[in-house]
Design a binder for this molecule. Structure first.
Ligand SMILES: [Zn+2]
Length: 442
């Protein structure tokens, strides 16, 4: 490979080819938001569908839920978000720039103004050293529900999908009577008012999660944790085709874990911005269900059908961020190759994730008989696979380069021989090799 992939390479490809655009671009943008174009939404949906197929449809111990984004505010009191879901914020008294205090240098989350001044950190905007005190900034987006705007109508856009699962645990247990262990899975949007969104879609204010709460007997959490962690690796390596050398497990030490967690593993990926969390798996004990019992006054017990004993299950949570997974897939797939003094950008997406499986073209667009035959091949493939694209612009070489950049595995070209014997040229994205096969064998 020519050189290390940089984040700018990915951002630039995403914008150039219609994967991901800055949010509200036409109005000058909206910090921390991103919009998906035709190619991006295709990739995103494929990733999310593969996740759902693997974790939910592919298993008999998993069930889906889809909870509302707006939830009763008691949810966030019970979960602790109202009191403690915050980042340290510091303001420059001179220019009123606001920054995430711990990110101004190598500081802990409980950094103080004195530490920042002691380290000689100046305001990144105006260059002065005129810091106010560090205060905690709650990251939940608040809004008002209904026509009355006062403290009783306040609600939050959910900062995580997990609580929508926990609050439905009892509904599911009482309606479909699953046996332990079982998991509830949800995909959906979550919102965090990040002080400084950064690194492309890695840390944005509106994002999408894919979370599972896996309910187990309290004495059986270890085996379930191990087996879910193994499945995470299988999913990333076999379904997302992420190279195992780029995936690392970080056993989160006790002092860095949430107080209720007895074990947390961050699965990290070697992004161009460094080794960062791709997903996490945490043993959350009965923390969440006990919180709901306390705040709602309702029992969250599970009654074992065979023994008759009742207890509150413990929970293991595998949590994926869709955008972080998209970024890992894009970074794993991106490559640049030098050939004849030219750089070829290739997105080596696996077939199951590529926005288009085939691109079909007539060799020449001004020969009606070629176009007609090519349309026939295109329609047949489209009927069979769905995600097939048509391209008759420019010359064949340019079409190949474009399809390489958007990750289309195979380009199919119809020429005069096709009219004679029904064979087409199939050009491979990764090897650039061309073979001839019957169009009916594709
Ligand atoms: Zn300033």
């Amino acid at each position: 490979m020519a050189r290390e992939t940089k984040l700018e390479d990915i951002v630039s490809l995403c914008k150039r080819r219609g994967f991901i655009f800055p949010g509200s671009d036409v109005y000058g943008g909206m910090a921390g938001t991103w919009d998906y174009g035709p190619l991006g939404v295709a990739l995103k949906k494929k990733i999310m569908n593969e996740w759902w197929k693997f974790w939910v449809e592919g298993r008999e111990d998993m069930f889906g839920v889809d909870a509302a984004i707006l939830m009763n505010p008691k949810t966030w009191v019970a979960s602790g978000h109202t009191a403690t879901f915050s980042d340290p914020l510091i303001e420059c008294v001179n220019c009123h720039g606001r920054f995430r205090a711990d990110k101004l240098g190598d500081f802990p989350a409980n950094v103080t103004k004195e530490q920042i001044v002691g380290a000689g950190i100046k305001c990144p905007t105006c260059g002065q050293m005129a810091w106010g005190a560090v205060r905690q900034f709650n990251m939940m987006f608040s809004t008002h529900v209904g026509p009355i705007v006062d403290d009783t109508s306040i609600a939050y856009l959910r900062p995580e999908t997990a609580q929508g699962i926990f609050t439905n645990y009892k509904n599911v247990v009482d309606t479909i009577y699953p046996n332990l262990p079982f998991g509830l899975a949800q995909q959906g949007k979550a919102f965090r008012n990040e002080i400084s969104p950064r690194d492309f879609v890695f840390r944005s204010r509106e994002f999408e999660q894919m979370e599972i709460e896996y309910f187990v007997r309290p004495d059986a959490w270890k085996e379930s944790f191990e087996s879910l962690l193994k499945d995470v690796h299988f999913f990333l390596e076999e379904k997302m085709k992420i190279s195992p050398e780029k995936i690392h497990e970080l056993e989160v030490p006790e002092e860095d874990r949430a107080h209720y967690s007895k074990r947390t593993v961050d699965v990290e990926f070697d992004y161009p911005i460094g080794r960062e969390e791709l997903m996490g798996i945490a043993y959350r004990t009965d923390f969440d269900l006990k919180n709901i019992e306390r705040e709602s006054g309702k029992k969250m017990e599970y009654r074992d059908k065979n023994t008759g004993e009742s207890f509150v299950p413990h929970v293991i949570e595998p949590s994926f961020g869709v955008e972080r997974l998209i970024m890992a897939v894009l970074c794993s797939s991106y490559s640049e190759e030098e050939k004849d003094g030219k750089t070829r950008v290739v997105l080596k997406l696996p077939e199951n994730l590529a926005p288009y499986r085939f691109c079909v073209s007539p060799l020449l667009k001004n020969k009606p008989e070629l176009v007609e035959k090519a349309r026939e091949v295109y329609n047949n493939l489209r009927e069979k696979y769905g995600n097939v694209t048509w391209d008759d612009s420019g010359n064949i070489g340019k079409r190949y380069l474009k399809q390489d950049e958007i990750g289309t595995p195979k380009c199919v070209v119809i020429d005069f021989d096709t009219l004679e014997d029904g064979t087409v040229t199939v050009r491979d994205r990764d090897t650039t090799e061309q073979i001839r096969v019957k169009s009916t064998e594709l």
